[in-house]
Design a protein. Structure first.
Length: 366
């Protein structure tokens, strides 16, 4: 599929600092480099980052907030409908579950869905899962892209005959940019001692409470700090946990860090105690920074990326002792640690933007 003369519309919520948004921007900008005519259709005009070519190729769909939420929704839909049927792109790509619902009702015959998150975690709002299955069955939805092999297999079994539309494509990671960013520290605070690092939204699903408890009982806590990057609703609760257990000198919540990669690069390892993960961009980002990773072996992303005892460690977070053991895994395994660090760095190649976009183009045009 040559880029010359091909038009692609990518529909995204916004360009706030999230994994889905980054995936859309990286794929779109790479396609532009290859000669495709790409337009980002944004529900909301939020730009937390401004990569070259992003704003110039974006159209904001949402009207002013003086309208009610329902009115804004219909105005967005009407504008989207007009743009799509006026320009008739070769591909209309949705980048999230919520946007899938919006573009479904355009009934455009060249529609591509993307399921970016684990639809099987919903216990109360099961309609979200059922709705995706229902929509995918319609003929105007040509392909459905999922990021990891585990999520691909689960969705394929769940969707039945419509599972034939599924394709698995890795999320793209700008590994070169990450490597260049590893020496650009915003602050050198807390770098006077060795540390391990974790990152993510401070929410229940990320498992920071259990991680802090396990760290407090680990041997590595005697020689290393635990630095946690990110913001969220559990910030105060985690601060109370840290202070109550006398860990204020050993565990630090650093909040939002615009450039986390120097911390990844300097860390002894990166650890993620999440309860679910559809892919795990942060693992690849750690690899690109030259750091191996330790993660809970949850559905679905970690085992798709991490090869146990080759480029990282997988553990069972339902076993508290297993978390502690994983934290201490490398204390007496220096030779294995050095070998695995090299393996982790080498693992970054297959997740580059160029490789991923090649895969996207191949699979959505089959």
């Amino acid at each position: 599929m040559s880029g010359k003369g091909k038009t692609i519309f990518l529909v995204v919520g916004s360009f706030k600092s999230g994994g889905t948004e980054r995936t859309a921007s990286r794929i779109g900008l790479e396609l532009i480099k290859r000669g495709y005519s790409v337009t980002f259709l944004l529900i909301n005009g939020v730009f937390d980052y401004d990569d070259f070519g992003l704003k110039e190729n974006s159209v904001i769909l949402s009207p002013e907030k003086r309208w009610s939420r329902v009115t804004r929704f219909f105005l967005v839909y009407l504008k989207l409908f007009k743009l799509v049927y006026l320009h008739r792109p070769d591909k209309l790509v949705s980048f999230s579950l919520g946007i899938n619902k919006l573009i479904f009702f355009l009934f455009y015959p060249k529609t591509i869905f993307r399921i970016e998150s684990n639809i099987f975690i919903y216990k109360k709002k099961l309609y979200r899962r059922y709705l995706q299955k229902y929509m995918v069955a319609f003929p105007h939805v040509r392909k459905v892209v999922v990021p990891s092999e585990g999520l691909f297999q689960a969705c394929k079994a769940y969707f039945g005959k419509s599972g034939e539309k599924l394709v698995q494509v890795n999320n793209p990671i700008d590994t070169e940019k990450i490597e260049k960013s590893c020496t650009d520290f915003e602050s050198t605070d807390f770098l006077d001692q060795p540390f391990i690092v974790s990152a993510g939204r401070l929410s229940k699903s990320k498992g920071f409470e259990a991680l802090i408890d396990a760290f407090s009982q680990s041997q590595i806590s005697r020689t290393h700090r635990l630095l946690i990057l990110g913001e969220g609703e559990l910030h105060q609760k985690l601060m109370n946990q840290i202070n109550t257990n006398g860990l204020d000198s050993r565990v630090k919540l650093l909040g939002f860090v615009k450039n986390p990669y120097p911390y990844f690069s300097k860390a002894f390892y990166f650890i993620l105690n999440t309860s679910h993960e559809s892919f795990g961009n942060v693992f690849i980002e750690s690899f690109a920074a030259g750091t191996l990773v330790i993660s809970n072996d949850c559905d679905f992303g970690p085992r798709h990326i991490i090869e146990h005892e080759k480029n990282g460690i997988l553990y069972d977070s339902t076993n508290f002792e297993n978390i502690v053991e994983s934290l201490d895994y490398f204390i007496d395994r220096q030779e294995l640690y050095s070998e695995m660090k090299l393996n982790a760095y080498a693992s970054r190649f297959k997740y580059s933007i160029e490789t991923t976009v090649d895969d996207w183009l191949k699979k959505i045009t089959e």
